[in-house]
Write a protein that binds this ligand. Sequence first.
Ligand code: BG6
Length: 496
Amino acid sequence: MSSVEFKENTAITVFGASGDLAKKKTFPALFGLFREGYLSSTTKIYGFARSKLSTDELKDRIKPFLKTPTEESKSKIDPFLELIEYISGPYDSPEGFQSLNQAIEKFESERKVETPHRLFYLALPPSVFVDVGKQIKEHVYAKNGLTRVIVEKPFGHDLKSSRELQEQLAPLFTEDELYRIDHYLGKELVKNLLVLRFGNQILNASWNKDSIQSIQVSFKEPFGTEGRGGYFDDIGIIRDVMQNHLLQVLTLLTMERPVSFDPESVRDEKVKVLKAFGEINLKDIIIGQYDKSEDGSKPGYLDDETVKPGSKAVTYAALPFEIHNERWEGVPIVLRAGKALNDGKVEVRIQYKPVASGIFDQIPPNELVIRIQPNEAVYVKLNAKQPGLSTSTSLTDLDLTYKNRYSEFWIPEAYESLIRDALHADHSNFVRDDELDVSWKLFTPLLQHLEHEDSPEPIKYPYGSRGPKELHEFLQRHGYIFNNGNYQWPVTKPQL
Ligand code: BG6
């Protein structure tokens, strides 16, 4: 890994600059870094896309998405927009790329840059990744400097297409030059997982099959495809968030301790644990598709005119996993994800084994909950004596709610954090080629099972519900012990 840091006079190019991702995520993330002082004002930002736009038109498009949490930060907008220049051109022929190169060379020569630093962000559909990669390599690659290329998912559709994509990109860029973004790796609580696990002996010592009853990673979204169904229909929830985001979280939860926090050491351990995952039991999954809401006010998935009539696309899935190694053999693991549910949240739930019965009557097991979003928190459900003269137990918690404890801190958005990492050539929170390969190996048989001619029908669940009713029994079967008490988190509303 290169230890050279991108700092001054970096030329950043955002491909797909006129698209949604660039407008809503990439430019706002660059602005967030600039606003907080983590992106030098010597940076130059080129927007590149096919649309014929002027630089001012591009700025007008992105301006409404730039976040200014304080009055003072509003003054940062104009200096940030000053850094931007727009260049248009097709993705598969040299013209625009040659103009881009001339513009970058002019910038570098005016700034007397000796070692060019060029970062390319591909906010593009995968159908043009390779074309754009080829043009970059031929016309804009920093021959005597450093080139970094950030690519966005999807990295293929299954194992075969992912390998094909990799084979096409590999001759163009080294693994060191490629940054495959999985934005979940940039989320604060996901970045915290290794510190929580390995920095606390209380967790470290109990993080194994002897103490842990079950593990769940769950993702709930309160909205459906809302017009994005055309995109979603061929993808489904499993490719959209499970094969990547949730599996990344699970990998960080279950990997062994790396020899250091060096990116390659971390990624080596991630690959190692992924190789110990058993095959997903295709007979033991829940798949669902949302239907109209019970009151009829929200549409069903098939009402989205952009999806194929009668589509069996999966908008909800609960999947069982097993890891065959000394640490995890026999511990039930469930990943679940759904759209159009009753709630929007992402969390990890580690349930500990029950204590021996005898002195206690029905005492619930401990749970460690890592709330990734919203309202980031880590809390442990704990049994304590009910205060006062009572000797009975009550379920309470140790609660680290970020908004209460860290109210003074700026918590970067995932994209801010990851772009910053790429600027500093830090690969820790990006997906390595072999990691991608093992994750597709794990999911491809399931995807094939769900997509061949006689694929199973997804269970219908109403928009705005908890998902398929079968979940309760499924979780019980996979080791989760439900507690029927009236425990609630958080007890008091956090100070927002
Ligand atoms: C994206 C998916 O990768 O992640 C979306 O394509 C999903 O469908 C999104 O909504 C969730 O990300 P976040 O950061 O909003 O949890």
